[in-house]
Design a protein. Structure first.
Length: 247
């Protein structure tokens, strides 16, 4: 009498994720990532039919490569300690986080913490303009990793001109290091490696993050500055690898 033996079929499920833009502002939360592994039971053709009818599950094991680095909260706590409690904004970047700390009197510092180390490395520093008429600083800082970028971009908003034409400045890093994003002779804009100077180049009516792009808003040249807020010239910029090109 012939005996029929059932053969097991293994199925493999692959799960992937996709994210193009990661933003942060103040205490924004970072999405938790998880890693899954599992061993699937199998049945040999040489086993009896009674043995093939029962299986024993093997508990999942965690390989060393699945162990992640410090949590966002651990990194944030360490940044607070290293920067003496300065206000800060964290942005997720490949392998960890970048951050901006600011002292509310014109100074802004840039930091990076990636890999398994919880400590932060200061990667640059700059300044944002004085607020007019001696008012106390009332700035707001936000950050994001824009499409195609491996580094963060940070926007600082405040009352930087008396006529309200310059209310924001943006910072990122490139070939010249961290600095204010300014107009370039080519028509592009990019990280200058410098703060906003006495010429006020680098100030805009507004900066923003829109669909993974950098947005600028400026006053039209053919209208009074008083109309600036009502009729701004709005442009979107895409990262080229070294600076931003208008799209």
């Amino acid at each position: 009498m012939k005996r029929l033996v059932a053969a097991g079929v293994l199925g493999t499920l692959i799960i992937t994720g996709c994210s193009s833009v990661t933003q942060g502002s103040g205490q924004a939360r970072q999405a938790r990532t998880t890693s899954h592994s599992a061993d699937f039971p199998s049945t040999s053709a040489s086993q009896s039919s009674s043995a093939a009818s029962s299986t024993t599950a093997t508990a999942p094991t965690t390989s060393p490569s699945a162990i992640t680095g410090p949590t966002r909260q651990q990194r944030e706590d360490r940044l607070t300690a290293q920067s003496n409690g300065e206000a800060h904004v964290l942005v997720a970047v490949p392998g960890g986080f970048e951050a901006a700390t600011y002292d509310r009197v014109g100074g802004i510092q840039f930091w990076r913490s990636v890999g398994r180390a919880v400590d932060w490395t200061r990667t640059g520093g700059s300044r944002y303009p004085d607020e007019v008429d001696g008012r106390p600083y009332q700035v707001a800082v936000s950050g994001a990793r824009l499409r195609g970028m491996v580094h963060a971009t940070f926007i600082v908003k405040g009352q930087f001109t008396a006529d309200n034409s310059g209310l924001a400045v943006a910072y990122t890093t490139g070939p010249k290091g961290w600095g204010a994003i300014k107009a370039e002779p080519s028509g592009n804009i990019g990280p200058s490696g410098q703060p906003v100077g006495a010429d006020r180049i680098g100030l805009s009516l507004n900066f923003g993050f829109v669909s993974g792009r950098l947005q600028t808003q400026d006053c039209p040249l053919n209208q009074p500055i008083a109309n600036c807020g009502a009729n701004p010239v709005t442009k979107l910029w895409a990262w080229t690898g070294a600076d931003f090109r208008r799209v």
